[in-house]
Design a protein around this ligand. Structure first.
Ligand SMILES: NC(=O)c1ccc[n+]([C@@H]2O[C@H](COP(=O)([O-])OP(=O)(O)OC[C@H]3O[C@@H](n4cnc5c(N)ncnc54)[C@H](O)[C@@H]3O)[C@@H](O)[C@H]2O)c1
Length: 362
């Protein structure tokens, strides 16, 4: 018997909130979600979200979504500084939640939020949607099966156009202001990479980092980190917000005892940047068929549809299924703690001009 759809409320309908609205619409078509309420300070944002997804009503504010007795699970997609209060309000209401990354602009607040969520025992997921990327999952498989031997070291380059109004006309501009974003390319964008690296190689133990603010904002647009993991794996992360509008690419090269792998992705499903190259001893480099790999991954996950363009749909689907089945969701707030701890150590390293130890969850 088909179970009842999960009744969802959306708080924040800006750029990525509208992406969530699209994911919720597809899930509504799948019979897995009933989109109940949406709210945003901006009437235009709400209108756009409602054109994308048939929310039954517009709520006056975030608290009205949270208090709505018909809403059983909440998706929080507002700017980072608002996440703490909203997560706390949702937890107080005893409802499951999906909160966008970064959790907060300071690690003190992340610590507090993770403790609040852990104590509540509620189903809670964080917006590390790259965890649903088929190419990243293939790399995780290669690491966990030891197929190429032990991973030795890596280099990861994350770069993207500056997501701020000066560089991209019409874009919101909170990301280039420390008071609103807490940090620049490293925190806002490469928190995804901090999560992927921790997922692949285990928690980081120490970081040495340098940053630059080439565009003159009070947050960094350039960060380089040398990272050591508990597993012994070492690597470098370079994170850039540049002026190359339209560009968004992550390249991860991993060196194993008996293999070298180059994985390139961006955030779109079927992106032109996607590629996966594996080289084994005495063999020509093998370029995997990424479209076939993607299809196999989605089939294995039981995902039949292909009309989604970012990995929000599989992420939102995983969340609502966790809510429906009353199970823990993944990626968790604990995963977010680990990723934020890495970024926090990087910022401390910059201030102290020496390697900084990465805090571990208590
Ligand atoms: N996981 C990802 O890949 C990803 C991608 C982009 C953004 N994000 C994160 O998602 C969050 C939102 O980013 P965005 O790009 O959509 O920002 P945005 O500026 O485009 O939109 C934010 C929206 O939130 C609304 N808002 C602010 N406070 C609110 C409140 N209290 N109640 C209701 N609405 C409120 C604003 O009016 C605005 O429309 C940020 O934390 C960002 O870092 C995650």
């Amino acid at each position: 018997m088909q179970s009842e759809p999960v009744r969802v409320g959306l708080i924040g309908a800006g750029m990525i909130g509208q992406g969530h609205a699209y994911a919720l619409r597809l899930l509504a078509e799948d019979g897995e979600v009933r989109p109940i309420a949406v709210t945003d300070f901006s009437v235009e944002a709400v209108d756009s979200a409602r054109q994308i997804c048939p929310f039954e009503r517009v709520a006056a504010d975030a608290q009205a979504v949270i208090d709505d007795p018909d809403v059983e699970a909440i998706v929080i997609v507002t700017p980072t500084t608002t996440h703490r209060d909203l997560v706390r309000a949702v937890v107080d209401a005893g409802k499951p939640l999906l909160c966008e990354k970064p959790l907060a602009t300071s690690f003190d607040v992340v610590r507090e939020m993770c403790a609040v969520v852990a104590t509540s025992g509620l189903t809670a997921q964080v917006g590390f949607h790259s965890r649903f990327h088929p190419l990243i999952n293939e790399l995780v498989r290669l690491v966990s099966t030891n197929e190429l031997g032990a991973p030795m070291g890596y280099t990861l380059r994350d770069d993207q156009y500056w997501p701020t109004g000066d560089v991209v006309p019409g874009h919101s501009s909170w990301r280039s202001q420390r008071a609103h974003a807490g940090g620049g390319a490293l925190l806002e964008h490469s928190i995804h990479s901090a999560d992927i690296l921790s997922w692949l190689f285990g928690p980081a133990t120490s970081v040495y980092a340098r940053t630059r603010n080439v565009f003159g904002y009070d947050v960094e647009d350039t960060a380089v980190c040398t990272i050591e993991h508990d597993s012994g794996v070492v690597g470098t992360l370079i994170s850039i917000f540049n002026g190359v509008r339209g560009r968004e690419e992550r390249r991860l090269e991993v060196f194993f005892e008996r293999g070298a792998v180059e994985v390139t992705t961006d955030f779109l499903v079927g992106a032109r940047e996607d590629s996966f190259l594996v080289q084994r001893p005495d063999q020509e480099p093998e370029r995997l068929d990424v479209a076939a790999l993607r299809d196999r991954h989605f089939e294995a996950e039981g995902i039949a549809r292909r009309d989604f363009f970012v990995y929000l749909y599989p992420a939102a689907r995983a969340f609502v299924r966790s809510v429906r089945d009353k199970q823990a969701a993944s990626p968790t707030f604990s995963d977010a703690f680990t990723a934020h701890a890495l970024v926090d150590a990087a910022y401390r390293s910059v201030d102290e001009r020496s390697a900084a130890a990465v805090e571990r969850a208590g």
